[in-house]
Design a protein around this ligand. Structure first.
Ligand code: UD1
Length: 424
């Protein structure tokens, strides 16, 4: 098992290039199941999660090939048995999104209920209800969802009781091949939803309204192949921006979309960091020359609000801020597991349910810490970069799920960071 060693204190300087979005890539890969023609995805990140999804799709009969580093070709010419076993689903929640496409294409499927990050219960009830509204008969048995649609899926009026990214995407993936019209109300509006809709539309689907709270999908009888560029990873971009806020410096974040991070830029300006859109919004320059940022409060919200996936990184910045910050997590009920680890570096954090109070301290001090989930682990890296002395981040397999080349990119920006193998 590897660990990361950081000697903190270096400001970050230079340029960093952002990859395609993991969260979009995973659902786009699932879309390949809907057509017997090849889907070519470019700007694809190479991550543990995308490799894991590729394994599952290969098991389902999809030929998956990676070309030129960032291009992936997925060809679901003929599918194998529509069965997604526990071992290929348990590590990552997004794998559950194969259920809808399998059902749409094969009329039945057996998919294990998912695992994923340990950040709360994260049930899939909204996914199942949406599929049922489209005519699926679903039974839960021994940890599996057994679904069939003997007469095929049909259009439905679906109103989500609260916003769910995964359920919106899942419903879209199933509705594109359903008979008739499906309307999704209170749909998620994340850029990854729009990316998936754009890709499906170029495959021949008829989706309108993606990016708004109401999405209308008119089912078609079949979909073809296409070539699609994955949207930039706003969470990776935001993570580097917050790293600069923590360490100070001047960094240009390239191949990102400025417009997708409005809520983050608002908070960064509130804490005294300069944010400048460049190259028509395809790159962002972050400058921070104060020793410490100001403190500001934060509440996570569905898009276009502040992303829960950047909450831990923002908290890491607040640990050294001047003043106190109240951070409220509204999306997941158990997403402060990074707080006790940050406290090991000297942070002053009190958690009350869904709220954390962070009282900024003048300095953090390096210590061994343990990653608990994907975004929490990168918050420990950010805190380590801002701390005095050496920080050792353990259990970094979480990081490899979502951040390609993190140490390489941070080293190129001047950080003293390296990965070391630990003998087991
Ligand atoms: C996706 C992202 C994740 C991000 C999250 C919120 C991927 C692969 N992951 O996760 O990085 O943090 O959106 O922006 O895209 N819920 C239910 N029942 C359901 C579905 C969800 O109760 O059937 C709850 C969840 O427990 C959570 C909330 O709804 O509390 C939002 O979850 P959701 O938007 O579905 O997140 P994911 O799609 O799992």
């Amino acid at each position: 098992m590897d660990r990361i060693l950081i000697n903190g204190g270096n400001p970050l300087q230079g340029k960093v290039r952002i990859n395609g979005a993991k969260n979009s890539a995973l659902k786009l890969m699932a879309a390949a199941l809907l057509s017997d023609e090849p889907l070519v995805l470019t700007n694809m990140p190479d991550l543990a999660d995308t490799r894991f999804m590729a394994h599952l799709l290969a098991h389902l009969g999809v030929t998956v090939t990676r070309e030129n580093g960032t291009q992936m070709v997925l060809h679901a010419k003929a599918l194998a048995e529509p069965f997604a076993p526990y071992d290929l689903v348990r590590k990552m929640r997004a794998t559950f999104n194969v259920l809808g496409p399998l059902l749409a294409r094969c009329g039945f499927a057996r998919v294990s209920l998912p695992g994923g990050c340990a950040i709360g219960a994260r049930p899939v009830d909204l996914h199942l209800k949406a599929l049922e509204a489209m005519g699926a008969q679903i039974e839960l048995e021994e940890g599996y969802a057994l679904a069939k649609a003997p007469k095929g899926l049909h259009g439905a009026q679906i109103s989500f009781p609260f916003v769910s990214v995964g359920a919106t995407e899942h419903a879209m993936l199933a509705a594109v091949l359903a008979k008739g019209e499906t309307v999704l109300d209170n749909a998620a509006r994340e850029p990854e939803i729009t990316d998936l809709a754009n890709c499906l539309n170029t495959m021949g689907a008829k989706i309108e309204g993606a990016g708004s709270a109401s999405i209308t999908i008119t089912g078609v009888s079949s979909l073809g192949g296409t070539n699609h560029r994955v949207v930039p990873d706003r969470i990776e971009a935001g993570t580097y921006a917050l790293a600069v806020a923590a360490t100070g410096g001047d960094v240009c974040i390239e191949n990102c979309t400025y417009a997708h991070l409005g809520a983050l830029w608002d908070r960064m300006r509130a804490i005294g960091v300069s944010v400048e859109s460049q190259q028509e919004g395809k790159s962002v320059r972050i400058t921070q020359h104060n020793d410490r940022c100001a403190a500001a409060d934060l509440e996570t919200q569905a898009y276009p609000g502040f992303p829960t996936d950047l909450q831990a990184q923002f908290m890491a910045v607040m640990c050294r801020a001047e003043g106190a910050s109240i951070i409220r997590e509204t999306i997941f009920e158990n997403r402060f597991m990074h707080a006790p680890e940050l406290s090991r570096l000297g942070a002053d954090i009190t958690v009350h349910g869904r709220e954390a109070v962070v009282r900024g301290v003048p300095a953090l001090h390096g210590a061994p810490v343990m990653a608990t989930d994907l975004r929490a682990s990168v918050s420990l890296v950010i805190a380590g970069l801002a701390a005095q002395g050496q920080t050792e981040v353990n259990r970094i397999y979480h990081l490899d799920r979502g951040f390609e080349g993190l140490e390489r990119k941070l080293s190129a920006l001047g950080a003293d960071i390296k990965r070391v193998a630990v003998a087991t």
